[in-house]
Design a binder for this molecule. Structure first.
Ligand SMILES: Cc1cc2nc3c(=O)[nH]c(=O)nc-3n(C[C@H](O)[C@H](O)[C@H](O)COP(=O)(O)OP(=O)(O)OC[C@H]3O[C@@H](n4cnc5c(N)ncnc54)[C@H](O)[C@@H]3O)c2cc1C
Length: 292
């Protein structure tokens, strides 16, 4: 079967749905091809900064997501607490309220599921085509591309946008380099409490020898946490291998963090930062360095 579409987006993740909704707000129709049968809402949460909130406002979903996610900063209180697990220095508190070019900063920890569902809800029905795995792509002419699906369907399109994640078929077709291991590993999760968790609306960060970890509330009942590690050249005996761990009790998180650097089967326990945390980590590294 052959179909024709002006714009085809591959991948119904955050990037694909955001692109499609942005186009929709401009009155431009697109189709999103997604290999899975339903929206992939697994995962946990993303620390979402002011620039992301401006993008979400432009898409018309900022207001709704704000109702579901706590603001990490209130009045005159300082809201990021940075602790070195190596230096023994007291925790350093830093305000997130400094004014930038576009006003005060805004940070909330957004549940991945809530973000994806909000994006999906705002798209016209029929925009996302599930169970549509792209298996190959070819140029038909200078202006038309043929997208082949696993079920034999061929879609002829003028514009093809690749939002198909780390092992992107589109980027392979464009000749981009394959993904490479960044040398970082991470454990992440969130804990949902039956009642209010009692944590203040602040972001807590812990920096150790090659380790970074933290916890941040999403809303009154959910706390997101992560534990990351990146080896340095001073770590010659690294054993690579990832383990995914979820803690039932949020207090297990700082206890796990305290294990950082401790030997396990003769090797130190290690962690490292995620891509989604990159901006936050970069912005806090200099402060942590000053404390240690
Ligand atoms: C399941 C999951 C959970 C995550 N959880 C967290 C988290 O808790 N915290 C955090 O900070 N970051 C998390 N991340 C990482 C963060 O969400 C990613 O950085 C972000 O999702 C990248 O978005 P993306 O849209 O570029 O790619 P992705 O989210 O990877 O989306 C790509 C989509 O393309 C689809 N696809 C791939 N190949 C094809 C194909 N050939 N044909 C059709 N469809 C295809 C995939 O099924 C997928 O739905 C998670 C990522 C995933 C995939």
């Amino acid at each position: 079967m052959e179909e024709v579409a002006d714009i085809v987006i591959v991948g119904a993740g955050i990037a694909g749905l955001t692109t499609s909704l942005g186009l929709h707000r401009l009155g431009i129709r697109s189709f999103v091809l997604e290999s899975s049968e339903t929206l992939r809402v697994t995962g946990f949460a993303l620390t979402t900064w002011s620039n992301a909130w401006r993008a979400l406002d432009a898409l018309g979903i900022g207001h709704s997501l704000r109702q579901k996610h706590q603001l990490i900063e209130r009045s005159d209180r300082r809201r990021i607490v940075i602790t070195s697990t190596v230096s023994g220095e007291p925790p350093l508190e830093r305000s997130l309220k400094s004014k930038g070019k576009h006003g005060e900063g805004e940070i909330r920890c957004v549940r991945r599921k809530a973000l994806l569902e909000e994006l999906e809800r705002e798209l016209p029905s029929g925009t996302i085509r599930y169970s549509s795995k792209v298996v190959s792509i070819e140029d038909e002419s200078r202006h038309l591309t043929l997208v082949h699906l696993a079920d034999g369907t061929v879609i002829k399109t003028k514009v093809l946008i690749g939002c198909d994640g780390v092992n992107s078929m589109v980027s392979k077709w464009l000749g981009f380099k394959p993904p490479s291991f960044t040398g970082r590993s991470a454990i992440r999760g969130y804990t949902e409490f039956k009642g209010s968790h009692g944590f203040e609306p602040k972001s807590m960060r812990f920096f150790g020898k090659g380790t970074r970890s933290g916890l941040i509330p999403c809303d009154d009942q959910t706390v997101y946490w992560f534990f990351t590690w990146s080896p340095t050249s001073q770590d010659p005996n690294i054993v690579y291998g990832g383990r995914y761990v979820e803690f039932y009790d949020v207090m297990s998180v700082p206890m796990a963090i305290a294990l950082s650097g401790q030997p396990l089967l003769g090797q130190p326990v290690m962690v490292k930062p995620s891509e989604a945390e990159k901006n936050l980590v970069l912005s806090t590294t200099s402060v942590a360095g000053a404390s240690g």
